[in-house]
Ligand binder design. Structure first.
Ligand code: GRG
Length: 292
C-alpha cells in the first residue's frame, strides 16, 4: 500500500466508524428504514468526499476528530443522492456500489425515505457537533446546504437535457452543480473547520472546482470504457440514455487530454497556498488515473 492508499484507508476507517455511530441500528424501529440507510451507506463507496474533507482539513491544521462529523455528513448526503438517482423516476438502476440498489433491495417508498432520512441526519450531525464552535457549525451547515441545493438543481438540469444536444458551457454548468458542488463543499468544509483565511479558502475553492470537473470527466470516461463488474454500477448508461457527456462532446482522446489539463490546473492552484499541499495534488492525480 502506498502513502495515498494508506491515507484513504485511514479516512475510510474514521468516517465509517462515525457513520456507524450516527445512523440508528437496524434493530431500532422503523427497522426497515434504518436497514435501508445502512444497506446503501455501507456498500463499499470510495469515500472520496470524506477523504477530501480530511486532506484539506489536515493541510490547514485541523484535528481528525474535528473533521469526522462533517465528513460523515457529506457522505450521507452523497449516499442519499445516489439512492434517489437510482430510482425508477430518475436513472432507474438496479446496481450500485456492487450490490442491488436501495429500491430493489427494499422498495421504492423505503428508498425515498432512506434518502430523506440520511439528508436530515447529516444536518443534525453537524448542528450537534460538540468538537466545533457554534459559528463553525453554522458555517458548515450553510456551506453544505447550499451545495446540496446546487446538486439538486444540477440533477434537474441533467434530466431536462437528456436526448438534447447541448453546448460545452451548458455541460459544465450541469456538472459543476450536480457533481462539482458537493466536491467543492467537501474541500471547503475541511478548510472551514480548520479556520483557513479568505485567500486560502479562495484557492481551495478553485482547486476543488477543478477537481470536481476532473472527477466528472473521468466518470464519463469510465462509463464509456470500463465494465459494470469493475464499476459496481451499470456501465454504458450515458450512451444508452443519450446523455451529453465529455466523451459524447469531445470523443475519448480529447476528453482524456482535457482531464490532464484540468489536473495540471488544479495542482497549479495549490501553489498559491503556503501549506503542505502535496497530498491534495496526489488526490487529483489519483482521480485522473482512477479505474472505478
Ligand atoms: C438525486 C438529488 C439527486 C442528485 C443526484 C450524485 C448524483 C446527483 C447523481 C449520480 C449520477 C452520477 C453517476 C453522477 C456522476 C458523478 C458521481 C456523483 C458519481 C458517483 O460518485 P462516486 O464515484 O461513488 O464517488 P461512490 O459509490 O464511490 O461513493
Amino acid at each position: 500500500m502506498n502513502e495515498l492508499e494508506k491515507f484513504f484507508a485511514e479516512c475510510t476507517k474514521t468516517v465509517d466508524a462515525k457513520l456507524d455511530a450516527l445512523i440508528p441500528s437496524a434493530d431500532v424501529e422503523p427497522k426497515n428504514l434504518h436497514a435501508a440507510m445502512r444497506w446503501s451507506v455501507f456498500a463499499g463507496g470510495k469515500r472520496f468526499r470524506p477523504a477530501l474533507v480530511f486532506a484539506v482539513g489536515k493541510a490547514f491544521g485541523a484535528a481528525q476528530e474535528e473533521l469526522a462529523r462533517a465528513a460523515a455528513a457529506i457522505e450521507m448526503i452523497h449516499t442519499y443522492s445516489l439512492i434517489h438517482d437510482d430510482l425508477p423516476a430518475m436513472d432507474d438502476d438496479d446496481l450500485r456500489r456492487g450490490r442491488a440498489t436501495c429500491h430493489i433491495k427494499y422498495n421504492e417508498a423505503t428508498a425515498i425515505l432512506a434518502g430523506d432520512r440520511l439528508q436530515a441526519l447529516a444536518f443534525q450531525a453537524i448542528a450537534e457537533d460538540k468538537t466545533l464552535t457554534e459559528i463553525i457549525r453554522v458555517k458548515l451547515i450553510a456551506e453544505i446546504a447550499s451545495a446540496a441545493a446546487r446538486m439538486v438543481d444540477g440533477q434537474q438540469l441533467d434530466l431536462e437535457a437528456e436526448g438534447k444536444e447541448i453546448a460545452a458551457h451548458q455541460l459544465e454548468n450541469i456538472h459543476g452543480k450536480k457533481t462539482g458542488a458537493m466536491i467543492s463543499a467537501s474541500a471547503r468544509a475541511g478548510a472551514i473547520v480548520a479556520g483557513a483565511g479568505e485567500d486560502e479558502l479562495n484557492a481551495v475553492t478553485i482547486y476543488a472546482e477543478k477537481l470536481g470537473l476532473l472527477f466528472q470527466i473521468t466518470d464519463d470516461l469510465l462509463d464509456a470504457t470500463q465494465t459494470t463488474e469493475i464499476l459496481g454500477k451499470t456501465a454504458g448508461k450515458d450512451q444508452q440514455a443519450e446523455k451529453a457527456t465529455y466523451v459524447s462532446l469531445y470523443g475519448l482522446d480529447e476528453a482524456r487530454k482535457l482531464a490532464e489539463n484540468v489536473y495540471a490546473e488544479a495542482c497549479w492552484e495549490l501553489d498559491k497556498i503556503e501549506r503542505e499541499t502535496n497530498l491534495l495534488c496526489e488526490i487529483a492525480d489519483f482521480i485522473l488515473h482512477r479505474h472505478k
